[in-house]
Design a protein around this ligand. Structure first.
Ligand SMILES: Nc1nc2c(ncn2[C@@H]2O[C@H](COP(=O)(O)OP(=O)(O)OP(=O)(O)O)[C@@H](O)[C@H]2O)c(=O)[nH]1
Ligand SMILES: [Mg+2]
Length: 241
């Protein structure tokens, strides 16, 4: 199976870990690095990676900054034609590279179309999230699963993989209305396209950590909550049709 991994990058010059990212390329995956209108040296760093692995690294440069939702969507659309499986991964590697391989393995199970990293704090795993973020994240995830009408445990993890199906293509057909809760919108769109809940699998991560330099503050979190309401209304409207 060929797989492509989209990494959205906005001013990531400080956090980018070239060596780790290249492990994906060296494992035979196609890397789609999306520069989301960065104003630091991100673009140069991404181009340098492409020069190092011309066969397995692509750079998509968006200008000006579009936001993570659009950066991920554009990357996935670009990757769709070239791979059987497309994934995305936060540039700060809060979710380590090795977990991507576990997501891809989960998609090998018959009938699975989407594998979602799930930050389940549990014995035997190292899920390091500050208490406040953990609580805010749990509250958000609970609301998100209510909106979707299915018991997803963690909609917001920045690592997800999908089979490149016609349903995915339609779900990515137009920009997300939500800038901050686009993961929820994407899952909602897939369900709406007829992907059964049983085709999703959440993979409890072995390791995840908060990486310093997050650009998501309380304001963005409030916006994400507001986005949830809007997504809920849109899904309800669609349900009535
Ligand atoms: N904040 C932000 N991130 C962007 C944007 N465009 C792309 N990204 C990427 O989105 C990913 C997540 O950004 P982070 O700043 O780490 O967000 P975070 O607060 O850690 O959020 P979580 O990891 O989802 O908890 C990174 O790969 C960013 O480079 C943008 O416009 N704003
Ligand atoms: Mg992060």
């Amino acid at each position: 199976v060929s797989a492509a991994v989209v990494v959205p990058c906005f001013n990531e010059a400080q956090r980018l870990q070239a060596g780790e990212l290249l492990r994906l390329a060296d494992a035979g995956l196609l890397l789609w690095l999306v520069d989301d209108g960065s104003t630091d040296r991100t673009r140069d760093l991404l181009e340098a990676l492409r020069t190092q692995r011309p066969a397995s690294v692509r750079v998509l440069a968006l200008q000006p900054n579009q936001g993570k939702a659009e950066a991920v969507r554009r990357g996935l659309v670009a990757a769709l034609g070239q791979a059987d499986v497309v994934a995305y991964l936060d540039a700060d590697l809060s979710t380590p590279v090795d977990e991507v391989f576990r997501l891809l393995e989960a998609l090998d199970e018959p009938g699975k179309q989407a594998a979602l990293g799930s930050r389940v704090a549990r014995a035997g795993a190292a899920i390091e999230r500050r208490a406040a973020r953990h609580l805010a994240g749990r509250a958000f995830a609970t609301a998100a699963s209510a909106v979707l009408g299915e018991p997803f445990y963690d909609t917001q993890c920045g690592a997800k993989a999908f089979r490149a199906t016609a349903e995915l293509r339609s779900a990515l057909g137009e920009p997300f209305a939500s800038r901050w809760a686009f993961d929820v919108e994407l899952l909602g769109r897939l369900l709406r396209e007829g992907v059964p809940f049983s085709a999703f699998v959440e993979v409890p991560l072995r390791s995840w950590r908060d990486v310093k330099g997050s650009k998501l503050g309380p304001v963005a979190m409030a916006r994400a909550a507001a986005d949830l309401l809007a997504i809920s209304r849109r899904l309800a409207r669609w349900g009535r049709r």
